[in-house]
Structure formats: C-alpha cells, structure tokens
Design a protein around this ligand. Structure first.
Ligand SMILES: [Ca+2]
Length: 221
C-alpha cells in the first residue's frame, strides 16, 4: 500500500516536470533579472568558454562580454551591442566550451533601449565541429520590451532535451534599426540550474527554517 502511494507520488512529480517543460518551450519570461553576472554556468568565460566567431558589433564592444568577459572601457561594461542594420538582420555569435557539454537550458538577458536595440527572435544552434549546426531552440520575443514587460531588461529562457555539443551559435534577429544588445548568455546542464528555480528552492528552505524555529520556540523548556 505504501509502495503504491510512493509510486503515485513519483508519477505525479514526473507529470508536473513534463508539463513544466512543455510550458517553458519558446517562452519569454516577463522578469527584470536581478542576478545578472552568473559565473558558474557552462557558457561562462570563467568555465573556459571562448568566442569562436561573431558578426559585426558596434565599435568598442567585444563578443566575450556576453559570456562573462567585460568591456575594458565605455559606459556599458559587460554589454554586447551589434552594429546598426535594417530590421530583420540576423546577428550571430558562436561560443566554444572547454570540452563537450550536455546542455539542457539557457538564459539570454537582453537590454533594450525603449523600442530600440531590441530583438524579435532568438535561435540557439548546437554543433560538434563548428560546421554542421542543429537547431535546439527557437524563441519569439516581443519587440517592445517597455510595453510588454515594463522594463528595458528581460530574460529569455528555454529548456529542452539535453544536447551534447561543444559549439553553440546564437542567432538574434534585429527588431529595430539599432543593433540588439545582449547583457548575458548563460547555459545550464539541467533546467534546475537556471537561477529562478534555485531561488525558489532557497525560499522553500528559508520558510522551512522559519517554521522549525517557531516550533522550537513553542516547545516547553
Ligand atoms: Ca554567465
């Protein structure tokens, strides 16, 4: 009887995880990220990732800025800004991880400027040889960050069945005539590594601690 209950509970959890995954596919989170600058993700320069190639950027910007490297000077350190081209231009950069990794999700933090420097579509490709690329994620983004999200900074997340690769190419379609701005691109092995769920887990632990403290205070001495 106990075993049956445990099995039902496990199946219920699996069902929840699956529906969460389906709901997240291609989803743009309406958040203003507060945890920019994650250094433990698989795409970060501190984990050995490098930029293999990039399309034209605004003068003074370096593509490494998007994966944890910083711009040495200027008013926007840590930002990657693509050069100005017509709406619909596909901007791209490819990063290479230190060794092949198993990628299960990513988070792309974009910084608009009102209705400018925005992106309309983000696509992530994976490759093992930097020649043949496979599409892992397609995410449509509202071109108007201010109207849609109440903020000029948004986080785009997507998770998928883990893909093992060493090269990852991000294609970002320009939604305005000023080139899009990337603040950060993070890659994670499993969906649970995305900062938001981790914060929720910390909240859960904190609440459990509060409840325990209250129980201990009530206990007779
Ligand atoms: Ca990072």
């Amino acid at each position: 009887m106990k075993l049956r209950a445990i099995r039902a509970l496990l199946l219920g959890c699996l069902g929840l995880a699956c529906s969460d995954r389906e709901a997240r596919a291609g989803f743009v989170t309406a958040t203003s990220p507060t945890d920019i600058g994650v250094t433990t993700d698989l795409f970060d320069v501190r984990q050995g990732a490098i930029i293999a190639s990039a399309s034209q950027l605004e003068i003074g910007f370096v593509p490494e800025a998007a994966i944890g490297g910083s711009r040495p000077d200027g008013p926007e350190p840590g930002n990657l800004v693509f050069a100005n081209y017509p709406v619909g231009t596909v901007n791209t950069f490819t990063l290479k991880t230190l060794a092949p990794i198993s990628l299960g999700s990513f988070r792309l933090v974009l910084g608009g400027s009102g209705t400018q420097r925005v992106a309309s579509l983000a696509r992530l490709f994976t490759s093992n040889d930097n020649v043949n690329f496979t599409l892992a994620s397609t995410t449509a983004i509202s071109p108007d960050y201010l109207a849609a999200y109440g903020s000029s900074t948004i986080a785009v997340t997507d998770s998928f069945a883990p893909v093992t690769a060493q090269f990852f190419r991000l294609d970002l379609t320009a939604g305005s005539s000023l080139g899009p701005r990337i603040i950060e691109l993070d890659g994670f092995g499993v969906a649970a590594s995305v900062p938001e769920p981790a914060s929720l887990a910390m909240l859960g632990i904190g609440l459990a601690g509060l409840a325990l403290g209250r129980l201990l205070r009530r206990a007779p001495r």
